[in-house]
Design a protein around this ligand. Structure first.
Ligand SMILES: Cc1ncc(COP(=O)(O)O)c(C=O)c1O
Length: 439
């Protein structure tokens, strides 16, 4: 067996990483503050993707650091299975006070994957409690990403993530995605065309029968597939069809929650209330793992009132649900978001962000630019294969020059901390522009 020394890179099997490539040319972060990462080679890198769509208040926010340190000294762990500790209750109350009206309960998880799986299980359990246990089908969408648990992965629509894992959940079906280069390329904010794509849901209901469908799950803005902004009127139609057929609508707001679109949730920005919202990432500013599902009162009450007294109403939970350190970090993060006006800052700076993003339109390799809130996707190349190589090249170029972007297939995606300044926005896009010139 190969001997590993203390500093070997071999033992850590890295997630969603080309391990062999990385380990030939490792990029190691040793610290971070505000908008910047500190690399082990002394490099400072402007983080234009907020860690991984999560560090919305910037890295190492002192208030969040202090809250975690204090909590670690006071109570590092207490189970939430039949016990409780104050911060989880306090945070749940605070969070639901900023959540859309009628969604007043939160179930805690530790990640976005667990959040989507929990939301899907809540949907099944709700229908079961209503005496409609035959509603088991889950409808997701092509190009959707809902994490890597068996439920979320089944509902997701990115084939490359599924090919190693067999059949997954039976009964998952998928609506078409909304990306439409021919009609919507270079839209600013919500594209004009495509509301009617939602009607395919109704056609699918003819195929499966609505009485077999438990829930529809979508990201309000699809993130991981390359930032796909919903066409005007599309989400409204989805909501309307779900309501008409008694199907729950789940918004996966793991990326869009906590200010990414300048509001607490995408549900606020689009003025659409789903039945369940899956959250994670920005919840704790990425500082301690945490996720959750915010539930409608109807779903929670149905499960409470139909279970016999003295029994568990929802047979589900994680050892670390409502973990004290995560609760402390989440409370502090929410305080920072609200008290420092970060959602308002995101809203104010969105036009600057949009202007800079769309200034790249003239570059021949750029076939589409999409943006909403502090999200952007710059799609490259007529063909995905060549676009992918170009996106990787631009990523490498930018990283060398101290800006971290994220290449996903043929698209460069951006989702900076909400605290980004105008000057930093200019740096991000001028560096990308210089990278595009090298293609
Ligand atoms: C929309 C969405 N849902 C779920 C997840 C999964 O979250 P996690 O990686 O915390 O499990 C992600 C992660 O990027 C995501 O973007």
């Amino acid at each position: 067996m190969q001997q590993l020394n203390a500093n070997s890179l071999e033992a850590f099997w890295m997630p969603f990483t080309a391990n062999r490539d990385f380990k030939k040319k490792p990029q190691i972060v040793t610290g971070a503050s505000g908008m910047y990462y500190q690399m082990n080679n002394g490099h400072r890198v402007l983080d234009a993707i907020a860690g991984l769509w999560c560090v919305n208040a910037g890295h190492g926010h002192p208030k969040i650091v202090e809250a975690i340190q204090k909590q670690a000294a006071q109570l590092g762990f207490a189970s939430s299975f039949g016990l409780g500790h104050p911060l989880a209750f306090e945070y749940a109350s605070r969070l639901t006070s900023v959540a859309p009206e009628g969604l007043d309960h939160v179930f805690f998880t530790n990640s976005g994957s667990e959040a989507t799986d929990t939301a899907l299980k809540l949907a099944l359990a709700y229908h079961h409690a209503r005496g409609e246990g035959q509603r088991q089908r889950i409808i997701g969408r092509q190009r959707g990403y809902h994490g890597v648990g068996f439920g979320g992965l089944s509902a997701a629509g990115m084939g490359a993530h599924k090919k190693q894992f067999g059949m997954l959940l039976p009964g998952a079906a998928h609506m078409p995605h909304t990306h439409d280069l021919a009609r919507n390329a270079f839209s600013r904010g919500q594209p004009s065309h495509g509301a009617e794509i939602a009607d395919t849901l109704e056609q699918m209901l003819q195929t499966y029968d609505p009485s077999t469908v438990a829930a529809v799950i979508v990201e309000p803005v699809a993130g991981s597939t390359g930032v796909l902004v919903p066409p005007l009127g599309y989400l409204e139609r989805l909501r309307e069809i779900c309501t008409r057929y008694g199907i729950l609508l789940i918004f996966d707001e793991v990326v869009t929650g906590f200010g990414r679109l300048g509001r607490p949730f995408a549900a606020d920005r689009f003025a659409i209330t789903p039945d369940l919202i899956a959250i994670a990432k920005g919840m704790t500013n990425g500082a301690v793992p945490m996720g959750g599902v915010i539930s409608s009162n109807e779903i929670c009450q149905k499960l409470m009132e139909t279970a016999p007294q003295g029994t568990v109403e929802f047979s589900h939970g994680y050892t670390y649900s409502g973990h004290p350190l995560a609760s402390a970090a989440a409370l502090a993060a929410l305080d920072v978001y609200v008290n420092e006006g970060l959602f308002e800052h995101a809203t104010l700076i969105e036009p600057v962000w949009e202007e800079h993003a769309h200034a790249l339109k003239a570059v021949p390799a750029v076939v589409d630019i999409r943006n909403i809130g502090l999200l952007a996707g710059i799609e490259l190349g007529e063909e995905v294969a060549s676009g992918k190589a170009m996106a990787k090249k631009v990523y490498d170029f930018c990283f060398e020059r101290g800006v971290l972007v994220r290449p996903v297939a043929n698209t460069i995606v951006l989702s900076p901390p909400l605290v980004i300044s105008e000057a930093e926005i200019a740096t991000v896009f001028s560096t990308i522009a210089a990278g595009l010139k090298t293609l």
